[in-house]
Structures are given as C-alpha cells and as structure tokens.
Design a protein around this ligand. Structure first.
Ligand code: ADP
Length: 472
C-alpha cells in the first residue's frame, strides 16, 4: 500500500487531535451548562421548601395531622407552587399530595427512603421536571418534603446548546482540516523543491547544487548538509575522472612507443643486431608499462578500500637490510655511493612487511633516480622516543620549496621530460604516502634545489612482542 505523504499524515494527526479536543470541549461545556441550569432550578426549589418550613413552624409545637392537612392544603391547594408537592409527617403519614402527583406516584420516593437532601430529574407526560426530596426538622418534628417544578426552560436551553454544538463542530472541523492541510503543504513546500532539484542532479551536472533555503530551520540545515555532501561527492568524482584520464594518458605513451618501434623494425628487413636493439626497446617500454599498471592497481585498490594490509609486529631492521641489499647493485651501476646505518637495537612497529618494503623501495628508487653521478645516497633507521624513523638522504637535484607539497599528488612530476626519461609516472610518492597513512605515520621532505633531498618517515613504535613459549 502506498504510504501517505508527510503533509497528509501531519494533517490527519492534527485533525484527530483537534476532533478529540473539540469533543472534550463540547461535552465539558454541555455538562457545565447543565449543572449550572439545574443548580438554578434547585435554588428556586430550596427557597420554596424554606417557605414551607416557615408555614410548618407557624403551626406551633405539637400540631395535629388534621390541622396540618388543613393549613398546608389551604396554602398550596390552589397555588401553582403546590402542583408538585407532597408532605409527610414523621411517621410517614401523608399530610399533603397534589392532585398531579396522585396520578403520577412514580415521581415520588417513599418517605422512609429520604434521609438527606436529594435532587433528581424526572420526566412525566413527556415533560422534564426537577424534584427536591428533603427532611425538615421543625419544632422537634421531622417532616418529609418532596417538591418539584417543571424544568422546560433548562432543558430547552440545553437542547439549543446541543444543536448549535452539533451544527458548528463539523463546520469548525472542516475549516481546521483545510487550514491544517494548507499549513502543512506550505511548511513542506521547500522539501518538494529540494526533491525536484535533487532528481535532476546526475554525474553529468554534479556541479549543480540544491536551492539554498534561508528558512533558518531544519530544512535549511538539510539543504546545507545535502549541498556539502554534493560538494564532497563532486570532488571525489572529479578525482576519479582525473585519475582515469591521467592513467589513460600515461598508458598511451609506452604503448604507442612499442607500436612505433615494432612498425619501424618491420618496415624493411634488418640485420639481427638491429632487431635485437628494437626488441630491447620494446622490452624496456613493456617493463615500464608493467610497473605503471602495478602502481595504478595499487592506488585503485587503496581507493576502493579493498587493499587489506596484514599488520603484525615486525622488526623493521631486518626488512630494511633486505631492501638495502637489493639496491646496492643499482647504485654501483649508476656510480653512486650508497650507505646505510641501521639501529643496533631491535625496533618494532605494527606493520605490513610487503607494504613497508615497497615504501623503502620507492624512496630509494627516487633517491638513486634523481641523484646524478657522482653523488651519494644514505638510508638510516633508528628509534627516536615513541617513533621508528626511516630517513633516505641523497645529494641529488633536490626539490624547490613550492614543489615539495605537490610531489605527493598522483601523477605529479617536477620535471615532466626528465622523469619520463627515467621511467617515473609520478605515482611512487602517492603510494608511499598512502602506505604511511595506513600505518598511522607521517612522511615529510626537506630539500634545497641542487643540494639533495631527505625523505623522513615516522612510524609509531611498539614494544617488542613476547615470544610465544616453545612447546616442551
Ligand atoms: P616518479 O615516478 O616520477 O619518481 P614520485 O611520485 O616518486 O614519481 O615522485 C614525484 C616527483 O617528485 C618526481 O617526479 C620528482 O620530480 C620528485 N622527486 C621524488 N623524489 C625525489 C628526490 N629524491 N630528489 C628529487 N626529486 C624527487
């Protein structure tokens, strides 16, 4: 079943509460009115009962029943006030009962049932009446008095009130429904506007923003928050498209070089030496392409969050020694001095060995690449306080200060032509930075152009793990 809109639901809730309120108010007013009308009638009856008390008092201390019958009959027999009166003596003997009540005995109570003052409504011959039943103590005698009066005025007023109530309540309800619906539509109209704009935003126009609301309430907060989110999505989207464009561009270069080399070699027949030379060029470009694809894959996996590192406590000295050994030959070939000073005491970090090896490879590869011969490269590793610090220092070309913050960006190369020649696509340091961030560390660079560069990585050190006991 289709759910009702918020506006409709709000209106229905509001109407339900309004209807309950209206009902409670109407019923309350009706009861209050009835109570005060009957009170007025009862007050009148009480005054008449007082008059009767005075009459009885005037009959002396020990009047006979006959005398009382005569006096009361005389006073009330012809009076309309006596039309609905019955008086009994102490032992329940009837002193007076009007002709009307003789024909309607059901209105009366037996005298022995009247113990205190009571007020009751009665209906006789289709007319409403109000009765008071009371015990009167007069001159040491107790009389029972039952006196009534027609209550047409009160019931008529009540029924008028009821008709007005029944007439106006639905009218008021309809007006409230209309006003409620209009108000909720008005309050929620900005949401419709937001939905309308949001529906039109797609990958092609991510720069669009939702209409800015100036309502100063939750809706403004909602539109601002959605716009901030759109901003974040847009920049992430731009990063991805930029990355794809740069990656395609980088891949196109080696592939077209391979193609050109092969086309040239095949244009005419050549000697074996020439073919070998061409194949060597093709192999070199293929190797560069493989490296580039590996780097792209590493970054793509890092972005998707699928590159799960296998963190465990490891002594970095061992890892670094192996990496350094791997680069010695390259340094010799390039005619560079290469040295390393690795801490004498063990130093543990919580890390992924393969990733940290890759980090050291990237830094050493760069240092050897950007240091012309004759020059030197030095790797040092030591624990300083809470940090394990790896530094790679070279005496190479260095990096200008304004470039130092940019070199960690993807595809950023200080000198495009030079790097292409040396095989870098500008992804190494971006990968290095990601690895360091995964290890909750920091990577910084210090350099002066022409005076070399020092890359410094700080990783949080941990205590040496307790060796698991050997089984006996
Ligand atoms: P690349 O594959 O081009 O080396 P990197 O991300 O590793 O990419 O480095 C980005 C840029 O930073 C390099 O192109 C280079 O210009 C500069 N750079 C990196 N390391 C050094 C260094 N040790 N000395 C001088 N420049 C460096």
């Amino acid at each position: 079943m289709k759910k009702l809109s918020i506006g409709m639901r709000l209106t229905l809730w509001y109407l339900a509460i309004f209807a309950l309120g209206e009902l409670a108010f109407g019923a309350g007013m009706w009861f209050i009115l009835r109570h005060s009308l009957y009170d007025m009638v009862d007050d009148g009856l009480e005054e008449q009962v007082d008059d009767l008390r005075n009459l009885l008092q005037a009959q002396g201390s020990d009047p006979s029943i006959a005398k009382l019958r005569e006096e009361v009959g005389e006073a009330y027999g012809l009076e309309h006030l006596g039309n609905y009166l019955a008086v009994y003596s102490q032992n329940g003997e009837l002193i007076y009962r009007s002709t009307f009540l003789q024909t309607h005995p059901a209105a009366l109570l037996p005298p022995d049932q009247v113990n205190r003052r009571l007020s009751k409504s009665r209906r006789m011959d289709g007319r409403p009446f109000r009765f008071i039943f009371d015990k009167l103590s007069v001159n040491a005698h107790v009389y029972t008095v039952e006196m009534g009066t027609p209550a047409d005025d009160a019931t008529e007023t009540l029924s008028f009130f009821r008709s007005y109530l029944l007439m106006f309540a639905p009218l008021l309800f309809l007006v409230a429904a209309g006003v409620g619906y209009w108000l909720s539509r008005r309050a929620l109209a900005p949401v419709d506007a937001l939905v309308g704009t949001a529906r039109q935003i797609s990958g092609a126009n991510l720069h669009s923003r939702l209409q800015k609301l100036e309502t100063g309430d939750e809706l403004q907060r909602l539109s601002d928050t959605l716009n901030e989110m759109l901003g974040r999505i847009e920049s992430a989207f731009l990063r991805v498209t930029q990355f794809t464009a740069d990656a395609s561009h980088e891949l196109r270069t080696p592939v077209s070089l391979i193609r050109t080399e092969a086309e040239l070699a095949l244009r005419r027949s050549r000697g074996e030496a020439e073919y070998q030379e061409s194949l060597r060029h093709i192999l070199l470009e293929a190797e560069r392409t493989t490296t580039l694809i590996e780097q792209l894959l590493a970054l793509a996996r890092a972005d998707s969050g699928r590159e799960a590192l296998n963190m465990r406590p490891l002594d970095l000295r061992e890892t670094l020694r192996r990496v350094v050994d791997g680069w010695r030959q390259v340094a010799t070939i390039r005619n560079l001095q290469f040295s390393a000073s690795i801490a004498a005491h063990e130093s543990f970090v919580l890390g992924d060995e393969a990733a940290l090896r890759r980090l050291a490879d990237i830094l050493l590869d760069n240092a050897l690449k950007y240091t012309p011969s004759p020059g030197s490269v030095h790797l040092s590793f030591e624990q300083k306080g809470e940090s394990a610090v790896i530094s790679v220092q070279d005496s190479g070309v260095g990096i200008a200060e304004e470039e130092q913050s940019k070199i960690f960006e993807r595809f950023y190369r200080v000198d495009k032509a030079r790097s292409r020649e040396q095989g870098g696509a500008g992804l190494g340091l971006a990968i290095a930075q990601w690895i360091v961030a995964q290890h909750r560390g920091a990577i910084t660079v210090e350099s002066r152009p022409g005076h070399g560069a020092t890359f410094r990585v700080e990783l949080p050190a941990i205590a040496a793990p307790v060796p698991s006991r050997m089984p006996v």
